[in-house]
Design a protein around this ligand. Sequence first.
Ligand code: WTA
Length: 649
Amino acid sequence: MSETKVYPVDTEFASQSWVDNDTYLSMYEKSITDPEGFWGEHGRRIEWMKPYTRVKNTSFDPHNVDIRWYEDGTLNASVSCLDRHLESRGDQVAIIWEGDDPSEDENITYRDLYERVCKFANALKAQGAKKGDVITLYMPMIPEAAVAMLACARIGAVHSIVFGGFSPDALAARVEGGQSNIVITADQSLRGGKAVPLKDNVDLALKNAGTECCKKVVVVKRTGGDIAWDDSRDVWYEEIVADASTECAPEEMGAEDPLFILYTSGSTGQPKGLKHTTGGYMVYASMTHQYAFDYKDGDIYWCTADVGWVTGHSYIVYGPLANGATSLMFEGVPSYPDNSRFGRVIEKHKVNQFYTAPTAIRALMQQGEDVLGDSDLSTLKVLGSVGEPINPEAWEWYHRIIGQGRCPIVDTWWQTETGGMMIMPLPGATAAKPGSATRPFFGVQPALVDNEGNILEGATDGNLVITDSWPGQGRSIWGDHDRFVQTYFSTFKGYYTTGDGARRDEDGYYWITGRVDDVINVSGHRMGTAEVESALVAHPKVAEAAVVGYPHDIKGQGIYVYVTLQAGIEESDELLKELRTWVRSEIGPIATPDLVQFAPGLPKTRSGKIMRRILRKVAEDDFGSLGDTSTLADPTVVDDLINNRQNRK
Ligand code: WTA
C-alpha cells in the first residue's frame, strides 16, 4: 500500500527552513502546555494599536460556547497588511495579478496597494458605509477584490464575499442574511475567455429577494460589457475613487470585532455565515502561511483559490500580506488558453510556492506528463494541496511532475470554520506520507472519538474533533449563535466537531477520510446535500429528491441525484437536462448534478426517514453490500433503484 511510503525531509531544506523537526516538537509542546505563553508571544507578529494583556479566554462547554483571543487588544487588520510594510518594502510587489488572458498582468507594490485601499475606504465612507456595516462582495479575481476586502477592514466594515460562480438566488440569500447595505461587484468577470454577467446577477438578486437593505451597488469596470444601470443605486468604482484621498485613518477595532462573514455549507438547512474576528484570525493566518510554506522574504507565492472561498481570504490576502509577501492572484482557469497555463504562470512570474487543489492536479494528470509543456518550474520550492483528500496517485504525480521530485508537498487540512490550516506537514520538519495531512499545527489538539464521543487512543479510525480552541477559529454563525453551538459543539460535548472522519496511524499521522455528515466535496467545494435537494423540490415537476456524493475521478466526489416526479409527469431525457440546468441556475454551476436517476420510490424507514446509506451504495455501484434492507417501508424500491442506476462500472 502506498501509505507505507515515506518521503523524508531533505536535510538541506531543513537546515535553512524556519523549523526543523526538533524545533517543531518543542514549539508544539510549548503551544499545548502553555498556550498563554506561546500565543502571547506569537500574537506580537501582527501590529496592535493597544497591546493585549489577556491571551486566551475560551470555552467549548455547550452551555456556554465562548471563544475570545487577545480580547483586550485593539488593531486594524489592514495596518498589518499595508501600513507596516510601507517603510521597509513600499516598493516591493504585494500583488502580482495575472489576467485570464495571458497578455494581461499587473504588479501592485505595497505603496500602490495602500493608496488604492485608502482611496476606496474613503469612497466607501462617502457612500455612507460605516463601522459595523456588512458589505457584500461579488467579485472577479481582480486586484480590486483584495482592495475592497482591505478597504472594508480599514473602515471597520465586515465583508461577506460571495463566490462569483453563485447564482442570483444564492447571492440574494447572503445579501439578506448579512443585511448588507452595499454590494461591490464588477460589470462582468472573465474566465477562460468567457464573460460571466456579475452585475446582471446582482440586479436579479436585489430584485427577486426584495432586499430592501441594499442601497448601493459599486461596480468595477472589468470588461466594459453591456449592463443595466440604476442611477439611484449604482455607482462606478472608478468614479467614486477618482478624487478620494490616498490617506485614510484606520478604524480602531477590538480583537474580537468581526473581520468577515463567509457562508459555508453544512449538513442541514441553508448555508451558514461563519463569523471570523480580527486579532486571533490575523495571527493564525499569517503564522500558518509563513510556516507551512516556509515563506521567506522575497519569495513569490501563488495560491490558485478564489477569494470567494476561505482559502482565498487567508492565503491570498490576509496571511501573505500580513507577512509582507508577494502574492500572485490569478483570474483565469488552468485550461485556458491551454492546459499548460499553470506551468506558464509559474515560469513567467518565477513562482516559489504553489498552492492548489487535488481536483486541479487530477485534471492536469489526465492530460499526460507533458501537460505543462516546456515550462520552467525550477523556481518552485514548496507545493501545497487543500480542499479535499489528495489520493496518493495524485500526490505522487504532483511531486514528480510539478515538484520535479524535489519540492516538499504540504497537504493542508482545514475548514472555513477553522480560519487557517490545522493539520499539515511543515516542509523542513515533517516527513511526508502521500495522502496524509500528517501532524497538527502549533496549538491544535486533534483527537478521534467514537460515535458516543469517547476519545480513542493509538492507531485507529474515528470522528475528528479538536479538543481546545486555537486563535483562528470561527467564533459564531452570524446572527445565530445557537446554531453554531448546535452544529459544532453538541454532538461530542466539550469538543469542536469537524464533520470529518480520520484515521491516525502508528506514527500519530492523521489521514482525513472525508465527511461523515451530509456534506459532499465536489472539486474541493463544499456542498450540503440538503441545499441541492431543496433546489430540486422547488421545481414544479419534482415531488421528492435525495442527493448523495459518489467517487468521481477528477472532482473527488460527483453529485448523484435521485428524483421522484409528481404524479402524471413523464420521465424523459429532456426533463433530465432541464433538472440539471435548473439546479445550476438555482445555486450555480458548481452544484450541477453529474448523474440524475428517476426514482419512483425512495428507500425509507417506516417512520419516513430516507435511508441515505442505501442511496450512497447504489450511487457507488456497490449494491452487493447494501446491508439490512428489511427495515424499509417498501423493500422492493431497492430493486428498481439498482436496475436503473446511472453509475455502471
Ligand atoms: C475537506 C477548505 C482532506 C474536509 C479549506 C473539510 C480536506 C472541508 C483537506 C472543508 C485536506 C479540506 N485533506 N480533506 N487537505 N482540506 N478538506 O470549508 O472535508 O471549503 O471538512 O475549507 O474540506 O472545506 P472548506
